[in-house]
Design a protein around this ligand. Structure first.
Ligand SMILES: Nc1ncnc2c1ncn2[C@@H]1O[C@H](COP(=O)(O)O)[C@@H](OP(=O)(O)O)[C@H]1O
Ligand SMILES: [Mg+2]
Ligand SMILES: [Mg+2]
Ligand SMILES: [Mg+2]
Length: 368
């Protein structure tokens, strides 16, 4: 199976309040199941953050782009999305101790030069949360909400893990990005919510992607032991999804990063290039069968780049491992300790894929 890489149209996204009420009432009827309160809060946070991101993406101007010290582009939407998720989680789960490991922090927003951008973020966050707030949040509270993401995570207690916009480069281009939120409990991934505002509801790569009425906006959610569900960000009911059942490696299509430097390999294969953890979402519903990610030597993967995507794939029947076949360990702080790279596929393909990957690494090493 070949996957064509068409640029996706990014249609406006409507997020009617009814979605929030619907998901909350469905959840309320199954409160005895594990992590349902947290799931409802995480979905609400992701829906609201999506709204903020959509708004910014529609009106994206060059001036929205700020350069962080590491030179990766950060927009008001990254900060705004982090503030919204942090605020909603705290607000919805007031009885629980709050710990959040998140990508952004407010350091670059503290200077006088950043005042204007901070005002824009504050306005956006207040607009987005208007129905949740009794009074407006000040710029200081927004900075505080962003900085509640400074936890280091670890193997004890509960920690939320957030990438407020994963695939910032895709976001800036008007392509794929994701809001990725997961929960660690005693070092174990127990819940993940992945909002992919520009991912088509139909399988990725279908020929209909040039049509103007293509429906986009998917929310994937997974709770440990309960499977993975996908729903439209416009309000459809969640449906259970499964990874591809392909057993023959020759028939398997691959995903990799749009950014070539995030994934390098020499296998001769068909590849769909997508930014962000939308790749994990697409994999969880069987659009493709394999996701390989082999960054350059020395790059350290962060937990927020894989936590939500990982549980979304494993609960859909997939496996996510490093090149040695070890499961990913999210309990070691902000970074993943990995052998070489990340391999995600279904259970049937994993052994032969790991073998091919290891042989390819061996060949590369011995040719150096
Ligand atoms: N050289 C590199 N190799 C691998 N990943 C990298 C990288 N430089 C940045 N990244 C991470 O790759 C993520 C995007 O992944 P993808 O390639 O799948 O779209 C970025 O997330 P952000 O966009 O949240 O910063 C960033 O954390
Ligand atoms: Mg980033
Ligand atoms: Mg990221
Ligand atoms: Mg990010």
């Amino acid at each position: 199976m070949n996957i064509n890489i068409n640029r996706l149209r990014t249609g406006p996204l409507r997020l009617p309040n009814i979605i929030l009420r619907n998901s909350a009432s469905v959840i309320a009827s199954s409160m005895s199941l594990p992590y349902q309160k947290e799931l409802a809060a995480a979905k609400k946070a992701a829906f609201l953050a999506t709204r903020l991101c959509q708004k910014v993406q529609r009106s994206l101007l060059q001036s929205d782009v700020q350069s962080k010290l590491d030179k990766s582009p950060v927009t008001v939407a990254d900060y705004g999305s982090q503030a919204v998720v942090s605020f909603v989680l705290k607000h919805e789960l007031p009885a629980e101790p709050f710990s959040l490991v998140a990508e952004e922090d407010s350091r670059d927003l503290q200077s006088d030069a950043a005042q204007e951008i901070l005002d824009r973020i504050t306005l956006l966050v207040n607009d987005t949360l208007a129905s949740e707030l009794t009074s407006s949040l000040s710029a200081e509270s927004v900075l505080g909400a962003i900085d509640s993401g400074r936890s280091e995570g670890g193997s004890h207690g509960r920690h939320w893990v957030l990438d407020p916009i994963d695939g910032t480069k895709g976001f800036l281009r008007g392509d794929q990005y994701a809001i990725a939120l997961a929960l660690l409990d005693e070092g174990k991934l127990v819940l993940g919510v992945l909002a992919c505002p520009n991912l088509p509801l139909a399988p990725f790569g279908h020929n209909n992607q040039e049509s103007s009425d293509i429906q986009v906006g998917c929310l994937f959610s997974a709770v440990i032991g309960m499977g993975t569900y996908m729903q439209s960000l416009n309000g459809s009911s969640p449906v259970k999804v499964h990874v591809s059942a392909i057993e023959n490696p020759k028939e398997a299509s691959f995903f990799e990063s749009f950014e070539a430097s995030h994934s390098m390999h020499d296998l001769s294969i068909s590849i769909a290039e997508i930014d962000s953890q939308a790749k994990y979402g697409a994999l969880s519903r069987g659009d493709g069968a394999i996701y390989l990610r082999f960054p350059h030597a020395g790059y350290r993967e962060k937990i927020w780049d894989h936590a939500a995507g990982s549980i979304v794939v494993t609960e859909a029947g997939g496996v996510v491992a490093d090149a040695a076949g070890n499961p990913l360990d999210f309990s070691k702080g902000k970074y993943l300790e990995l052998e070489k790279g990340i391999v995600a596929t279904n259970q049937k393909l994993m052994p032969s894929l790991l073998k091919a990957v290891q042989e390819s690494i061996q060949e590369k090493t011995s040719s150096l």
